[in-house]
Design a protein around this ligand. Structure first.
Ligand SMILES: N[C@@H](CCC(=O)N[C@@H](CS)C(=O)NCC(=O)O)C(=O)O
Length: 220
């Protein structure tokens, strides 16, 4: 039986996009099922449709036979056990890749709430509040330091090979595009590489084609 990944709406669910990219990049075969988010229980991790496949009440959730992994980083770590190049092979680079993915996984609260993921949307550039600006600048510093130290001649954070860290920052690149956040020139090629990566383009196309809308997110 193939692994089965339950995801949220592809236009909006940044949590879902990350492990979906990781699984794609792993080369493992898997199936994807989309659960439209919203309605009763949404926002309090008690949507019946999600709870029926994910004990945490959240997507993404990966089903491996009778086992369920309901966290994007844990799913990515599972994939990396099957496909070791998902983390850099050099131990020092790997340590920094893990730290970057974990920082994204557990931080950037202002960026998440003020610039919600909405892949197909485009707004005029806006004035960011201090906390969001701080998060944006931290992302730029982190990307710059990793690219300078480990990027070599490749387009991604750790060079030519895409890693879990790149998957975790792909939704951030879409947020910068959606809300017109100016990206420093030196980082524009990295954002371009993320937003033109073939698996991402496939996900984006599915998101654009979705008929669901989340009016609250569209009005932020
Ligand atoms: N720590 C989880 C968080 C996942 C998460 O918050 N998912 C959102 C969708 S983007 C969700 O399922 N929300 C359902 C709800 O809030 O009711 C992960 O990394 O997968």
């Amino acid at each position: 039986m193939k692994p089965l990944l339950y995801v949220g709406n592809q236009n909006y669910s940044s949590w879902s996009l990350r492990p979906w990219l990781v699984l794609r990049w792993s080369g493992l075969e898997f199936e994807t099922r989309v659960i439209p988010m919203g309605g009763d229980g949404y926002g309090s991790r008690s949507m019946p449709a999600i709870l029926s496949v994910s004990p945490s009440g959240t997507v993404p959730a990966l089903h491996l036979g009778s086992e369920v992994i309901s966290d994007s980083l844990a799913i990515s770590e599972w994939a990396a056990e099957q496909s070791p190049t998902l983390w850099p092979t050099d131990p020092t680079a790997r340590m920094h890749a893990r730290a970057a993915a974990c920082e994204m996984h557990s931080g950037f609260a202002a960026l998440r709430s003020k610039l919600p993921c909405n892949i197909r949307r485009r707004t005029e550039p806006r004035q960011l509040d201090a906390a969001t600006q701080h998060d944006v600048e931290r992302v730029f510093k982190l990307w710059s330091s990793l690219r300078t130290r480990f990027g070599g001649s490749g387009p991604f954070l750790f060079g030519a090979t895409k890693t879990i860290a790149d998957a975790f920052f792909t939704p951030v690149a879409t947020r910068f595009r959606t809300y017109g956040v100016p990206v420093p020139d030196e980082l524009a090629p990295y954002v371009h590489a993320l937003l033109n990566e073939p698996s991402f383009l496939e996900w984006e196309q599915a998101g654009v084609a979705e008929s669901w809308t989340m009016p609250i997110w569209d009005s932020v």
